[in-house]
Design a protein around this ligand. Structure first.
Ligand code: UDX
Length: 470
């Protein structure tokens, strides 16, 4: 059992790690500058919507392994490890804003009492391990020493706790191998693969991973736009591509594109780091442009069908950036609402958990309790976020509620044939116009393809073609 302080414990990453580290059996004190949230947390109330989080929070509080405070002087002195989980939002240039990191590192330095390992958990620009070490050294009282280990998180909102408990890998960046192993030991109940490397490389693993996944999404979205013109089915294309073991079918779902607190921010930050260091990043810029274009593409589809958006009533199903979260940061719904309001449409929207956030930001949007309410008298509806409830809608009820006929499926999750059977007009993203064509797909099971078998490492290393990246 280790003594751990988590700085930024009321935020998304900090809270998920606070409750999980306590569940691993460590003694965790979460510290955050937001007194309202700390008060809620000590009361056992989770301030964010995340599966399994409330249960782990309550269990941690009940066992006494987990407490929360706003006071660094309480949290930091007993800690052998301090996790920095503060936010690094985008600045105007797209670069990461590191001011919260500076504040956290300064406060940690001032309050530490002995040898402390500081774990950089937030996504931080390349070079941040050294940056944090310099701040700690500058403010540390005499006799206090720090080692910084970069340990980026890879968790997804909506399955953050699952991801912490089932990581594909744990990445540790440290110049001090003992410190890296000490941080690795905090996760020893997980039995996960661990990659230990230099801090700068570890920091880049995080940015490159997010940028690559975002690239897969923008790639399939670009293919979807071409499919729209050529009357091919992007979902079947993605399936066929994904059967190649080198490609995999994951992150190949075409639609309104990515949002959230990570992909857009991290791709922008990586592009900004490239720019600041005189490197071109045309691919990263294209990934962002294609993503923004998907929102415009859906608006254009609706406008084309309705003739004009002015005076039209548009229903939006789903407002969070993805299902199982109430997070609306950079959600496609926001761009759609802004564009629809700018074109003087009336927007009726609904989400299982994010209505309040949209109400606070867009008082002019009419919020409904469910999809049937959002469809009421609508000229068109757009499925924006693929919440399970929207996959199995009663389409006759939707058709009865609507004034118009158009259903734009921004996530390709509805059955075009069923939508048509309800007397509605279906438009997906990169799905064929001839109804039901998407269902003309046959997959005959076969043996595992030979290429999917991992080759022994010695063969890869010594094979003359290995350097050609076959
Ligand atoms: C992501 C990364 O997955 C995670 O490793 C990192 O730590 C933080 O960023 P998250 O933003 O929570 O996690 O969600 P994710 O499930 O990865 O989806 C991101 C966005 O991409 C969502 O808006 C989702 O709708 C979209 N997406 C995802 C697609 O449009 N198509 C896909 O095939 C997959």
């Amino acid at each position: 059992m280790a003594n751990i302080a988590v700085v930024g414990a009321a935020g998304y990453v900090g809270l998920a790690y606070s409750v999980s580290l306590a569940a691993f059996g460590h003694r965790v004190i979460g510290v955050d500058r937001d007194p309202g949230r700390i008060w809620m947390l000590n009361d056992g109330v989770a301030p964010i919507h995340e599966p399994e989080l409330p249960e782990l929070l309550q269990r941690g509080l009940a066992t006494g392994l987990l407490t929360f405070t706003t006071d660094y002087a309480t949290a930091i002195p007993p800690a052998e490890f301090v996790f920095i989980c503060v936010g690094t939002p985008s600045t105007e240039t797209g670069a990461a804003d590191t001011s919260a990191i500076v504040a956290a590192a300064t406060a940690i330095a001032r309050q530490s009492k002995g040898r402390t390992i500081v774990v950089n958990k937030s996504t931080m620009p390349v070079g941040s391990a050294q940056f944090v070490a310099d701040i700690l050294a500058e403010h540390a009282p005499s006799g206090v020493t720090f080692t910084v280990v970069s340990n980026p998180e890879f968790l997804r909102e909506g399955s953050a706790i699952y991801d912490i408990f089932h990581p594909d890998r744990i990445v540790l960046g440290a110049d001090d191998l003992d410190a890296a192993h000490a941080v690795g030991d905090l996760y020893n109940t997980l039995n996960a693969a661990i990659l230990i490397t230099q801090p700068r490389t570890a920091e880049m693993v995080k940015y490159a991973s997010n940028a690559f996944l975002a690239t897969k999404i923008s790639f399939i979205n670009e293919v979807a736009l071409i499919c729209d013109q050529l009357d091919a089915d992007v979902d079947v294309v993605a399936r066929g591509m994904g059967m190649d073991a080198r490609i995999t079918p994951r992150f190949l779902h075409a639609g309104l594109g990515f949002g959230g607190s990570c992909f857009p921010k991290d791709v922008r930050a990586l592009a900004a780091m490239a720019r600041e260091n005189a490197c071109d990043s045309p691919l990263l810029n294209a990934v962002l442009d294609i993503n923004a274009g998907m929102r415009s593409h859906v608006i254009a589809k609706v406008r084309r069908r309705l003739g004009t958006l002015t005076g039209a009533t548009i229903g939006l199903f789903g407002l969070s950036f993805k299902p199982e979260t109430d997070d609306i940061r950079e959600a496609p719904a926001i761009s759609l609402i802004e564009e629809l309001l700018a074109q003087e449409a009336t927007v009726q929207a609904t989400d299982p958990v994010a209505n309040a956030h949209i109400a606070a930001r867009f008082p002019e949007v009419r919020l409904a309790a469910d999809a049937y309410g959002a469809a009421m008298s609508a000229d068109a509806v757009i499925l924006v976020t693929e919440w399970p409830a929207y996959r199995s809608l009663n389409l006759d009820r939707i058709a009865n509620a609507m004034r118009g006929r158009l259903v734009v499926d921004g996530r390709n999750v509805l059955d075009p044939g069923k939508v048509a059977s309800a007397g509605l007009v279906y438009e997906g993203i990169g799905r064929p116009r001839n109804e039901g064509a998407g269902t003309r797909i046959t997959v005959l099971p076969g043996a595992e393809p030979l290429r999917a078998q991992p080759r022994p490492e010695s063969v890869i290393d010594s094979h003359p073609l290995a350097s050609r990246g076959d």
